[in-house]
Design a binder for this molecule. Structure first.
Ligand code: AMP
Length: 307
């Protein structure tokens, strides 16, 4: 089953306690599609400026990503500058330059309109909504967002939320959207805004999947080397969506597997800067890591308490 992603392609400048990288390839759609190449054919909708080296797009194409939906416009590519402290869970945005995104209006190639699984990456919620307008009969539409859009475009975001089946957020974003501090209450409030499911990503503390009457928790893999969390959220979303799209199933068993696969892909992403680690890993590495999660979390049912 094909997977459609709309999101940013960016030139990122990122500082962590372990180093600084300037103008490296990033963006929500880039991380998602790079990870997606392991799972299922992926179609990408985004815009770049005339300053983005064509080789960056070719590298996505070489991984099997369909980039026919990526347009090149006159002007500068979207730029994001962020930094992380030793508490690597949340980025501080230092600068956001929308550039070609300011006048972007996504137009889906005809062949993309049949997409069954759709990921609306972190971009203006109005653009996310324009993509939903163009897909014919999606099985599952999931969205991501961030504080930038929650602050600047809240009414539009709330309208978009009514049109999506699932929302990916981190805990700070869940609190900001809902106005609730407690994560369970925040997730319930978001469910009341439209989506049937919400995934709350909590960095090193794992992720929670909330449905109206179920919660599923997946820990994060305890990692000794964490260098750059940028893109972990998008890689998580891809492991999750890629699992559902590959099986063409959205049921309890597959959603739990999707949560683990999301955590697997996020764990790879943070181990090196930018896309470096995602470019190195193989399907065997992914399988091995999936098994590590099973060992990490598996335990037997309780027998008698008295032994
Ligand atoms: P995450 O998976 O949440 O760490 O996403 C990281 C990516 O989001 C970075 O590579 C940025 O280029 C991109 N990004 C940051 N801010 C925005 C924004 N306001 N709109 C679109 N993309 C953004």
């Amino acid at each position: 089953m094909s997977l459609l992603v709309v999101g940013s392609i960016a030139l990122d400048s990122v500082e962590t306690p372990f180093g600084l990288k300037e103008d490296v390839l990033g963006g929500s759609a880039t991380y998602f599609a790079t990870s997606a190449s392991f799972f299922t054919p992926t179609q990408m909708v985004a815009v770049v400026g005339d300053d983005l080296p064509q080789s960056y797009l070719e590298s996505l194409k070489a991984r099997g990503v369909d980039i026919d939906g990526v347009t090149r416009e006159k002007g500068r590519t979207f730029r994001w500058k962020g930094c992380y402290g030793y508490q690597l869970n949340e980025a501080e945005t230092l600068d956001t330059q929308l550039n070609v995104f300011q006048s972007f209006s996504p137009r889906l190639p005809e062949k993309y309109r049949d997409a069954r699984f759709v990921f609306l990456g972190n971009i203006h919620p109005e653009l996310q909504s324009q993509v939903v307008d163009q897909v014919k009969a999606p099985r599952l539409v999931a969205a991501d967002t961030m504080n930038y859009w929650i602050n600047s475009s809240r009414p539009t975001l709330l309208k978009t939320l009514k049109r999506v089946n699932l929302l990916f957020v981190n805990d700070a974003e869940a609190r900001q959207i809902s106005g609730e501090h407690n994560i369970v209450r925040a997730a319930r409030a978001i469910l009341a805004m439209g989506p049937q499911r919400v995934v709350v990503k909590r960095g090193e503390y794992g992720a929670l999947l909330f449905e109206r009457d179920h919660v599923f928790a997946c820990p994060a893999l305890p990692l000794a080397d964490v260098f750059d969390p940028t893109g972990a959220g998008d890689a998580f979303a891809d492991g999750f969506m890629g699992t559902l799209a590959t099986s063409d199933r959205v049921d309890g068993e597959m959603l739990r597997r999707a949560m683990v696969m999301g955590s697997v892909m996020a764990a790879f992403t943070v181990e090196k800067f930018s896309l470096e680690r995602l470019h190195e890993v193989s399907r065997t590495d992914i399988r091995t890591r999936f098994s590590e999660f099973k060992r990490l979390t598996h335990f037997e049912d309780l027998g008698s308490l008295e032994g």
